[in-house]
Write a protein of this length. Structure first.
Length: 260
């Protein structure tokens, strides 16, 4: 009597990680309505994948090897006595480095300190309080989000943003979070004044009338970014004019002729 033929056992199932689904990960992050600050508060030890650029884009982000560009300084106290010279300086700064520091702008230092403190207070509120104004549409004129281009960029930026529509039809003051409302309104008056001066100078530098860029509405939006500490972060901005002040921010990388 012949022995039964043994049937080979099937190979053990292999365990493989599911492919990374960036869109799913981005949606999950956005639905928390807590932003990057929420990640920090959760105690994460590593940067989530949605903030990490894929290999094919890293070469475009590598810093240049040349000397670091100096940040041009624009002195607005010279705008009346040496306007043509200031126009030339601003045009040069905008066309080379794309970034400049403004001094003698007339904004009271105490106002700058108060609005920075108010912004810190907004972003340091509990996540459920911030979530009340977390939205991607600007119907109310106020939008708190993390990354405007979250769903389209190759990698998210390490920042949260409070956007305020201040013109031509400004947001209802009641829509601005109470924790920063008074300071934002006072700051906005000064920002509009300084912004109009700078846009006028830039217009003249382009050979246009002084009011042309303001007429195009380039002074009507305010974006206040919050960048939690992250030693690996790199940030780029595409806003026409951006007013930047620092709190717990160790650096900002600026690239000159060899970079973007």
């Amino acid at each position: 009597m012949s022995s039964p033929i043994a049937t080979p056992s099937p190979p053990p199932p292999t365990t493989t990680s599911p492919p990374y689904d960036r869109l799913k990960a981005v949606k999950q992050f956005d639905e928390t309505k807590a932003g990057v600050k929420g990640l920090i508060d959760s105690g994460i030890k590593t940067i989530p994948s949605i903030f990490i650029h894929p290999p094919e884009t890293l070469s475009d982000l590598a810093p240049g090897s040349g000397p670091e560009p100096e940040i041009p300084i624009i002195d607005l106290s010279d705008v009346h006595s040496s306007r043509a010279a200031v126009v030339d300086q601003l045009r040069s700064a905008a066309s080379t480095v794309g970034f400049f520091q403004v001094i003698n702008h007339g904004v009271p230092p105490e106002l700058l300190r108060s609005v920075i403190g108010a912004m810190k207070a907004f972003h340091e509120q509990p996540a459920d309080v911030r979530a009340q104004v977390y939205r991607r549409e600007m119907g109310t004129g106020v939008s708190y989000i993390s990354n405007v281009d979250l769903f389209t960029s190759k990698a998210a930026s390490w920042r949260d943003t409070l956007q305020l529509k201040m013109g031509p039809v400004a947001a209802d003051e009641k829509e601005i979070p109470e924790v920063c409302r008074k300071e934002v309104i006072e700051w906005d008056r000064e920002v509009v004044r300084v912004g109009d001066i700078l846009l006028g100078l830039l217009s003249e530098g382009l050979g246009l009338s002084a009011g042309r860029l303001s007429e195009l509405g380039l002074s009507q939006g305010r974006v206040i970014a919050f960048l939690p500490p992250c030693c690996l972060s790199k940030q780029t901005e595409d806003n026409f004019l951006e007013d930047i002040h620092y709190w717990k921010i160790s650096f900002r990388e600026i690239e000159g002729d060899s970079g973007d």
